[in-house]
Design a binder for this molecule. Structure first.
Ligand code: ADP
Ligand code: MG
Length: 231
């Protein structure tokens, strides 16, 4: 687990509480949590080169310790289909960020694989002052924001805990498949919850973790955005 420790130590040294998306995703990978392929570019040419390597369509995102909610800042552009679109999006993101926060420190532009649309789920963790590391699971969008249909369990999670967090959701029938929605790979989601539990148990300095969204597929799942906040 040396990448994880390295990333956390570097952030501490630099006095950063919020890890950057590529840092959070590298930690996820080390724990076996599937994430979109990505590379950090520092100029347009590099962004185009990485896009070709990753394969179109791609998504470009701002990487900045000063921008926590990237889309609010105009820092996310999806579905780029060729090098010309990538170059244009690269410029556009820098322009948007400059308007949003001229002082934002920019570490680069993240080029990543565009994950096919699917049922979006959210995996979270929070360090509760009383109960310690606690893991959360829910479906994305209105299910979390309006219906508050989420389940929590105190880490470390057993396999049964992880399974129940999913099957006891009110929206579980949606994950089992409904009309045009194919059934989601529940085992893949259980595995992400178990890995998240291990991740936060191994790293008590993590105060918050947010995988939002994770695309749930018929086979497998993929984390599209990852945020980790340190104490
Ligand atoms: P933030 O939450 O910081 O605003 P996200 O990385 O979550 O930024 O991007 C915002 C939205 O863009 C996501 O909720 C998702 O709908 C879409 N998105 C981001 N990255 C991808 C990707 N790699 N593939 C598909 N959709 C994506
Ligand atoms: Mg997000």
């Amino acid at each position: 687990m040396n990448q994880t420790a390295k990333i956390i130590n570097r952030a501490k040294k630099e006095n950063r509480k919020a890890l950057l998306e590529p840092e959070a995703k590298t930690i996820c990978m080390e724990y076996g949590i599937p994430v979109t392929k990505f590379k950090v570019a520092s100029n347009e040419k590099e962004a185009a080169k990485y896009s070709t390597e990753i394969g179109y369509p791609v998504v470009l995102k701002i990487v900045s310790q000063d921008i926590i909610h990237k889309s609010d800042a105009g820092g996310v552009i999806v579905n780029l289909k060729n090098p010309a679109e990538v170059t244009e999006a690269y410029k556009k993101i820098l322009e948007n960020i400059k308007k949003y926060n001229p002082k934002a420190r920019i570490a680069g532009i993240l080029v990543q694989e565009m994950a096919p649309q699917s049922t979006e789920v959210i995996v979270g963790a929070i360090k509760d002052p009383q109960f310690g590391q606690t893991v959360m699971f829910g479906l994305g969008g209105i299910f979390v924001e309006i219906l508050k249909d989420v389940n929590f369990r105190i880490a470390p999670l057993t396999m049964d805990d992880a399974k129940e967090m999913i099957t006891e959701l009110k929206a579980y029938p949606l994950l089992k498949g409904y009309r045009n929605t194919p059934p989601a790979d529940i085992d893949a989601l259980i595995s992400i919850l178990s890995a998240t539990s291990r991740l936060v148990m191994d790293n008590p300095e993590i105060k918050e973790l947010d995988l939002n969204p994770v695309m749930a597929y018929q086979k497998g799942a993929k984390t599209v955005d990852a945020r980790i906040i340190l104490e």
